[in-house]
Design a protein around this ligand. Structure first.
Ligand code: ATP
Length: 270
């Protein structure tokens, strides 16, 4: 598949509004670019997950949306469920906080990976198996060929998240949505997963949206960061700018909460 050049826009969100009973997300603009990691930060309830669910067409039926979400020129808002199924998993993949959300507990890892690539890429059995081994190798799961015969619970949490990333990469998507992908993991394991996301984004020209409440995670890998508060983007900047000179009081407050932050003296309760 031909890939957009590094840095070119892949997914554009314009003036996104989401209402579920009441307005919850207001006028969000975001641009995901090939090979770059766009961070979306903000405290619990600020609208990060709703924004990424809108991209996947996974909002509750009672939700109404306004604005535009465009994937390489195709408008996603308003697609039928059938059309969305073609986009989801194949062109836009996702990784969640809990890898179990993407892995079936009673089906071997090999079966899940090969089913996924056979369904979406129409590969034969042997080709699908070769692709599964290659994917597990890429995400550095040890002994990939024998890993195919094991069940998700036979792996550690960090390895399970690597397998979930392999599933996400299986169909060579253009966009990866990662919602709190390291929140459930030990700190030592977190760094490895973030490093892997960084590598695959760069080598595959993948446009990544990294949703997290944790600015420590953000500072490790995001190229650009948008900060949400109460359903709005209140600040956007490159990672370097955001951490060196946060402009919005809410961003300063989030940064001050980081352990070892030099902003610990920043005003609170804003
Ligand atoms: N299905 C729903 N029906 C009604 N309100 C919802 C629904 N889903 C989310 N909300 C509300 O929308 C707001 C934003 O939620 P969202 O899950 O996007 O926040 P978040 O920033 O991702 O937080 P968290 O990190 O806790 O997931 C919250 O006030 C939440 O209560």
């Amino acid at each position: 598949m031909s890939r957009p050049a590094g840095g070119s826009p892949v997914l554009t969100i314009r003036d996104l509004g989401i209402t579920i009973g009441r307005p919850l997300v207001h006028g969000v603009d975001l641009e995901l670019r090939a090979g770059r990691i766009q961070g979306l930060a903000g405290e619990s309830g600020s609208g990060k997950t709703l924004t990424s669910m809108a991209v996947l067409g996974l909002l509750p039926r009672t939700a109404t949306t306004t604005g535009s979400i465009s994937l390489a020129g195709t408008e996603l808002l308003g697609l039928t469920e059938r059309q969305l199924r073609d986009v989801r998993g194949r062109r836009i993949a996702m990784v969640f906080q809990d890898p179990s959300a993407s892995l079936h507990p009673q089906i071997t890892v090999g079966q899940q990976l090969t089913d996924h690539v056979r369904r979406h890429l129409r590969l034969g059995r042997a080709q699908a198996r070769a692709r599964a081994v290659e994917l597990l190798e890429r995400v550095q799961v040890p002994a990939p060929a024998s890993a195919l015969g094991r069940y998700p619970h036979q792996f550690s949490g960090g390895q399970r998240q690597r397998i979930a990333i392999a599933m996400a990469l299986a169909c060579d998507p253009e966009v990866l949505l990662a919602d709190e992908p390291t929140t459930a993991l030990d700190v030592t394991v977190q760094a490895g997963i973030l490093h892997l996301l960084r590598e695959v984004a760069t080598e595959r020209g993948l446009a990544v949206l990294l949703v997290t409440h944790d600015l420590g995670v953000m500072s490790a890998v995001a190229d650009d960061v948008a900060v949400m508060q109460q359903g709005r983007v209140v600040e956007r900047a490159s990672r370097a700018e955001l951490f060196a000179a946060p402009q919005h009081p809410y961003t300063r407050q989030l940064l001050a909460a980081l352990p070892g932050s030099s902003l610990e003296e920043a005003p609170r309760g804003l």
